[in-house]
Design a protein around this ligand. Structure first.
Ligand SMILES: [Zn+2]
Ligand SMILES: [Zn+2]
Ligand SMILES: [Zn+2]
Ligand SMILES: [Zn+2]
Length: 654
């Protein structure tokens, strides 16, 4: 530590002597013993033993000074049923519980509550398109046991209350009914949605009032320590989540400097305020060269998690989860003759362009272009039409993503006013950061500045539907592709067995799913589609249609539609149409069906064209999976990166 840093630290300790003893006190505080709660009478499912332990932990945790915590069980272990059991543990509560979820999980959650409690709880889904909600007073809202809302809606309510909107020369503000309620309990599902504490979504959650506070998240803390900090603030884990003033006794959780960069509370400058969490945990772990400092910081992190978090892994509870086996297979084929010419001309072209960038030493400056080339090679491996017929999408008044060139799903806009699929631009930025460059806009090449958490840009549904690739192709002369026929073949094979097995088909490209749908319907398959242009209610209808109709065999799901929050145990077959270099994305897809409630063995099939960018992606994926095995820190980040070496490998295969 520099002499100045030591002096500053002394100042801090003088103003806040508590920070000298807080770790010791934390270590002395009681941990909750592992014990099973009784099976709750009013829950219609029999809870597994580890779920009863989770319920007991949550009930005890509410009696501590933290009055809540983080249930961090791995995906698929039933965090929802444990949370619903907690709601029932003190039913009827004097005030409602608020559950905040990603849009795609909104209806599913409320249906699960109904199922588990035999409809005992009065649940209302707070969504702009729910006519029941419109004009409902705060008083009426409070008559419900549970209010469900999506992160997007919550953010929008809060924005209207705090920032308002302009009409003519006026700024109009509107009180948020949700923020007016003092809740009994707050539950954030997929709580890493508030990972960036400065975003509108996080602020909207911090502003909620509640007696007990819970975060549910399957993302391991070690991967994203900065994100964990944001959860600690929501949970109000003090003093560890506080900002401290070095010049006075001021300490606060939610730091809002006034316009003059002075603290609103003590009037000292913003820079006089520091976060002990950053100083003692985040910075040493992420930037320190000293193993001792890193270990000490890790120990402190574990001290905190041991008091506010419970995380269990599937592999430790396989017996009580009664999960059937899961098998992952690779189905690979070479291009058929018809596609081969076109594909190899695309591949030769892209490789030549890539080589030019490399030989001129301008690879990093052309990251956006290279990303586009990879996109093209992936599209051609699916079907040549994804490239040949894509341009027609423009001029139809639908927003077109500037990365995948398809109609944008969950469309968001950059500062330079260009539109993207939310997931395309996220992937692009994350992989670009791995290459060590600052991402530029793939369209205008200005430095890319974009808020990932902005609400979706609303689009006209009819226009989006009309923009389907099917409307751009004369389908009577259409020829299928190797990839599509591989899938048809695999699905036929499933059919010939005695019972019908349901399948989920994932792709990054909606146009591909549209082609697949067209082909499958002609082959006599019943299909249903879920993509990012659908509203939460439409999504829920599709899910229900698939889950409840025995003769619907295939569910076509766009990976951009937030497929990670789906619970689809009716299906036992998963097809991943286009490989991606990040293995975690595929693991998550597989988890849609391999989870509690699944009774049949699951098979996950990855479709892959040999000797193309896809077979190299599969290899790259395996390399990344091996590389991160055994490391606990930053592994997710490493998987998302696409380094210059990775790019060379994708283009040249060596
Ligand atoms: Zn101060
Ligand atoms: Zn202050
Ligand atoms: Zn896109
Ligand atoms: Zn731009």
């Amino acid at each position: 530590m520099s002499r100045r840093a030591i002096r500053e630290r002394k100042k801090l300790e003088q103003a806040h002597p508590g920070i000298l003893t807080m770790w010791e006190e934390l270590e002395k505080s009681d941990k909750i013993e592992t014990k099973q709660a009784k099976q709750p009478e009013c829950i219609s499912r029999k809870l597994k033993s580890f779920q009863l332990e989770g319920l007991n932990w949550m009930m005890q945790q509410e009696k501590t000074k933290y009055r809540g915590g983080l249930l961090g069980d791995e995906m698929g272990m039933g965090k929802t049923i444990q949370a619903v059991s907690l709601i029932m543990s003190d039913y009827p509560a004097p005030k409602p519980t608020l559950v905040v979820v990603p849009p795609v999980a909104l209806m599913q959650w409320s249906n699960e509550i109904k199922d588990y409690t035999d409809g005992k709880l009065k649940v209302i889904v707070f969504h702009g398109q729910n006519s029941k909600v419109k004009g409902m007073s705060v008083k009426e809202l409070q008559k419900h046991d549970v209010i469900m809302i999506s992160y997007n809606s919550l953010e929008s309510l809060y924005r209207k209350e705090t920032k308002g909107w302009t009409r003519g020369d006026d700024i109009i503000k509107e009180d948020s009914p949700i923020h007016a309620i003092d809740f009994h309990r707050l539950i954030l599902d997929e709580a890493h949605s508030i990972k960036q504490r400065t975003t509108g979504v996080a602020r909207a959650c911090f502003a909620l009032k509640g007696m007990y506070k819970w975060c549910l998240s399957g993302t391991p803390v070690q991967n994203r320590i900065g994100e964990f900090f944001s959860l600690l603030r929501f949970l109000e884990v003090r003093p560890f989540a506080d900002y401290f003033c070095k010049r006075c006794s001021c300490s606060q959780l939610h730091w809002n400097p006034g316009s003059d960069h002075k603290c609103e509370q003590c009037n000292h400058a913003q820079m006089e305020h520091v976060s002990v969490f950053n100083q003692e945990i985040l910075n040493p772990i992420t930037t320190s060269d000293s193993p001792e400092l890193r270990r000490a910081a890790m120990d402190k992190l574990h001290l905190i998690t041991s008091r506010v978090m419970l995380r269990r892994m599937k592999r430790d509870h396989t017996a009580s989860m009664e999960l059937p086996p899961k098998e992952i297979v690779l189905h690979n084929e070479f291009f058929g003759e018809i596609e081969r010419d076109f594909s190899s001309s695309i591949m030769t072209n892209t490789t030549r362009q890539f080589d030019t960038y490399v030989s001129r030493g301008v690879m990093l400056n052309n990251y956006a272009n290279i990303f586009g080339l990879i996109m093209q090679m992936r599209q051609v491996a699916n079907h040549p039409d994804l490239i040949l017929k894509k341009n027609a999408a423009e001029g139809q008044n639908v927003l077109v993503c500037n990365i995948c060139d398809e109609p944008a799903e969950e469309a968001i806009r950059s500062k330079c006013k260009h539109e993207f699929c939310r997931s395309c631009v996220k992937n692009y930025v994350k992989s670009c950061e791995g290459a060590g460059g600052d991402p530029d806009c793939p369209r205008c090449h200005l430095p890319l500045s974009i808020d990932f958490d902005q609400p979706d840009i609303e689009q006209d549904e009819e226009l989006v539907k009309k923009s389907s690739i099917i409307n751009r192709i004369r389908m009577e002369n259409w020829t299928s592709s190797t990839k599509i026929e591989m899938l048809v073949y695999d699905l036929y094979k499933l059919r010939s067995k005695k019972q019908t097995l349901k399948s989920i088909v994932f792709s990054q490209f909606t146009s591909m799913l549209q082609l697949i749908e067209w082909r499958l319907r002609r082959a006599g398959f019943n299909t249903v589609m879920l993509d990012g242009s659908m509203t939460p209610i439409q999504r829920q209808r599709s899910i229900e249609y698939f889950m409840t109709n025995p003769d619907v065999e295939v569910f076509l799901v766009s990976l951009k539609a937030g497929g990670v929050a789906l619970n689809l145990t009716e299906a036992s077959r998963v097809f991943i149409v286009d490989p991606w270099w990040n293995p975690a994305a595929e693991w998550q897809s597989a988890d849609r069906c391999h989870r509690i409630g699944q009774k049949r063995p699951c098979v996950i099939t990855r479709l892959c064209i040999e000797d193309s960018v896809e077979s190299r992606m599969v290899m790259l994926q395996e390399k990344k999976a091996n590389m991160i095995n055994g490391t606990i820190n930053n592994d997710k980040v490493a998987m998302e990166k696409l380094t210059p070496e990775d790019m060379q490998f994708l283009f040249r295969g060596s």
